[in-house]
Design a protein around this ligand. Structure first.
Ligand code: MLT
Length: 329
């Protein structure tokens, strides 16, 4: 009998060790092929700049190419909807900004729920915005601009990247702050909106420093102010809108990385580790600091922190947007 028990125990141990040896965790071998990082706006624009800087550094850590796919349209909601429905295998990721939190109130028929249809990887970079005018706009500073807009509201237009874009949000906050209705012109990203501003086809654009710094430094646009509370290191001479009298005017763009709901935790952990490594990469640090982007502190570089922040932002913007009655059907 003893011998029988011993044989059974031996067989059980062998089975267990065989099972251990052959079981595969979802993250084993990941990534075994290139990863697509979906950007909701046009190539060359601010979100794309952050995505490409991260992607290059992540490629070095993961040993697989990070392919940037610009999926344009509907203020970033097409891209988010696409990723929400992609296979949850870690090969399709999304980078997005504040638009993740404003879309549920702005779009009555949103094809996804930002709070339930994703896995959350991490927050990445916060970016200030700048209010710009075309180079030959007659107003020299913010006070002159406000006077000019009050006198010429009907013929001035403001470019933006669609309902849900931060350029739209910033433009609306500005419009409300000065009490002037401006015509708006939508583009599929602020890269084409900036081209229109440089070409003089539009008058105003509120856009992120990750795209605007180079044009401000080159003197090819007029700068009316920065949207942060304090002046920023990348543009130390640029006054804030607050210090010029627009009290409480503050818009900061935050970015996060997402994966489709159901992506295994081990895969999310690997992507999170690669993004965190990218955020410590000297090339990324230097590029972001030149362009005014601030890498988020380590306490925000977790899935839980991104999920919590997104929920706070959804709760913050929902009532404001609904009260303003701005929405797309
Ligand atoms: C872009 O990348 O084009 C911008 O982030 C769009 C926007 O203004 O939200």
């Amino acid at each position: 009998m003893k011998r029988l028990f011993a044989a059974i125990a031996l067989a059980a141990a062998a089975a267990a060790s065989f099972a251990q040896g052959t079981s595969t965790s979802p993250a084993q071998g990941y990534p075994g092929k290139p990863i697509t990082l979906v950007v909701p706006f046009a190539a060359g624009g601010p979100t794309d700049v952050v995505a490409r800087a991260l992607g290059q550094a992540m490629t070095r850590t993961l040993g697989q190419a990070i392919v940037i796919e610009n999926k344009l349209g509907a203020g970033g909601t097409l891209a988010a909807g696409y990723v929400a429905k992609a296979a949850p295998d870690g090969y399709t990721l999304l980078i997005h900004h504040n638009g993740m939190s404003t879309a549920p109130a702005l779009y009555r028929k949103l094809a996804y729920n930002p709070l339930t249809d994703f896995e959350y990887v991490t927050q990445v970079v916060d970016v200030p915005m700048t209010l710009l005018g075309r180079k030959d706009l007659p107003a020299k500073d913010l006070q002159e601009l406000i006077a000019y807009l009050k006198a010429n509201a009907a013929k001035v237009n403001l470019a933006h990247a669609g309902l849900g874009a931060v350029s739209h949000l910033c433009g609306m906050v500005f419009r409300q702050a000065i009490g002037v209705e401006l015509q708006t012109v939508p583009y599929q990203g602020t890269a084409p909106a900036m081209n229109a501003l440089l070409g003089g086809q539009v008058d105003l654009l509120c856009d992120q420093t990750t795209q605007t710094t180079q044009h401000i430094k080159a003197g090819s646009v007029k700068l009316y102010g920065v949207t942060t509370r304090e002046r920023i290191k990348a543009l130390p001479d640029a006054p804030t809108l607050q210090e010029q009298g627009l009290r409480n005017f503050e818009v900061v763009v935050w970015h996060g990385v997402y994966a489709p709901k159901g992506t295994p935790k081990e895969v999310i952990d690997k992507v999170n580790a690669a993004v965190r490594a990218a955020l410590k990469d000297p090339t990324v640090i230097q590029r972001m600091s030149e362009l005014g982007g601030e890498i988020v502190p380590e306490s925000k570089q977790t899935p839980e922190a991104l999920r919590g922040w997104l929920k706070t932002e959804v709760d913050r913007w929902g009532p404001v947007i609904r009260a303003a009655g701005v929405y797309a059907d």
